[in-house]
Design a protein around this ligand. Structure first.
Ligand code: PEP
Ligand code: MN
Length: 337
């Protein structure tokens, strides 16, 4: 981190700034230029709040030269993180296919869909038991009953299950869940992230609707700094001025996150586009961009779905897309599962 001092900075104010930095165990290096005086900070600057430095009278501007995320940063961990889930792994070069309905609605619905997803080639089952809905009057999920039904579907198919948590007070209900999902709306629920950092389950962390990739990595940092290194980053589209799609799928986030971080990446073309007609092309694009997993919504009868009916694939549509996915994986020499 570099601090550029104001030209009229008073000695007293510079000394105060130095004391503040020393208290945080940061060493300083003064560089006297012709037009500008600069202080270079040496040490772990991740604990320094840039905005607070601006409160010091002598500070003109502050620049970071190192990323504020440490645990998730590839610079400090060059090898890919590989996370074990059931009998399979994510991040080892294989492609995981997480498929299933937006919401768990009934035993028949989740079991039928799970069997169909498995037959088509899915390697994990998704399904929301706790649903974050824009309206409090919309279906809110079957909650603990939904998790029980997912566990039945797991027993029936052998597929590991992925489901969303909305509050840390529900964490005990997730004991037998294989992957805990943090939805886009909770990406910056820091208390929830910290409590997930204290469990040892894989966490699928979805990018917030209007969050930068650095903010996503800082949220991963909240989980990892508490001890849980099993984080999967998920690109699920961001909000832009475009209205023809539900969100705008940021495909470039996939290779960029891979460059910046060693964590596995998942792509969710269902929420990213909101349109069944775009799931195939966006799935293939995400694979070409290097995603480690795809999360795709599939429902045994999308027309009767209690949430996200317009973006959920029928089992037949999913099966057709899986054919194309298999073709592309063959081309890249990647195995599914
Ligand atoms: C979901 O996966 O069901 C979901 C609600 O996704 P997101 O948080 O990305 O909107
Ligand atoms: Mn959904």
């Amino acid at each position: 981190m570099i601090i550029i001092l104001k030209n009229n900075a008073k000695e007293k104010s510079i000394v105060k700034l130095e004391e503040l930095l020393q208290a945080k165990h940061i060493k300083t290096n003064h560089i006297q230029g012709i037009n500008q005086n600069i202080i270079g900070l040496i040490g772990d600057t991740s604990c320094i709040d840039m905005d607070n430095l601006y409160a010091q009278d002598c500070v003109e501007s502050v620049k970071r030269v190192q990323e504020p995320y440490k645990n998730s940063n590839r610079k400090f961990h060059p090898d890919n993180t590989v996370i074990s889930i059931g009998n399979t792994k994510i991040g080892d070069g294989s492609l995981q296919i997480i498929a299933g309905p937006c919401s768990v609605e009934s035993e028949e619905q989740i079991i039928t869909t799970a069997i169909a997803c498995k037959q088509a080639g899915a390697t994990m089952l998704r399904g929301g038991a706790f649903k974050p809905r824009t309206s409090p009057y919309s279906f809110q999920g079957l909650k603990d009953e939904g998790i029980k039904l997912l566990l039945k579907a797991k027993a029936e198919t052998g597929l590991p299950i992925v489901t969303e948590i909305m509050s840390q007070s529900d964490i005990d209900l997730f004991t037998d869940v294989d992957v805990i999902q943090v939805g886009a709306r909770n990406m910056q629920n820091f208390e929830l992230l910290k409590s997930l950092g204290r469990c040892n389950k894989p966490i699928l962390l979805k990018r917030g609707l209007a969050n930068t990739l650095e903010e996503l990595l800082m949220s991963a940092e909240y989980i990892m700094s508490e001890g849980n290194m099993n984080v999967i980053l998920c690109e699920r589209g961001i909000r832009t001025f475009e209205t023809m799609t539900r969100n705008t799928f940021d495909v470039s986030a996939i290779p960029l996150l891979k460059e910046k971080s060693h964590l596995p990446i998942c792509a969710d073309p269902s929420h990213a586009t909101g349109k069944t007609s775009l799931i195939e092309s966006m799935s293939l694009a995400a694979i070409a961009a290097g995603t480690d997993a795809l999360e795709i919504e599939v429902h045994n009868d999308p027309r009767s779905a209690l949430s996200d009916g317009g973006q959920q694939l029928t089992p037949a549509m999913f099966s057709d897309i899986m054919e194309k996915i298999r073709g592309l994986c063959n081309y890249f020499g990647r195995k599914i599962g």
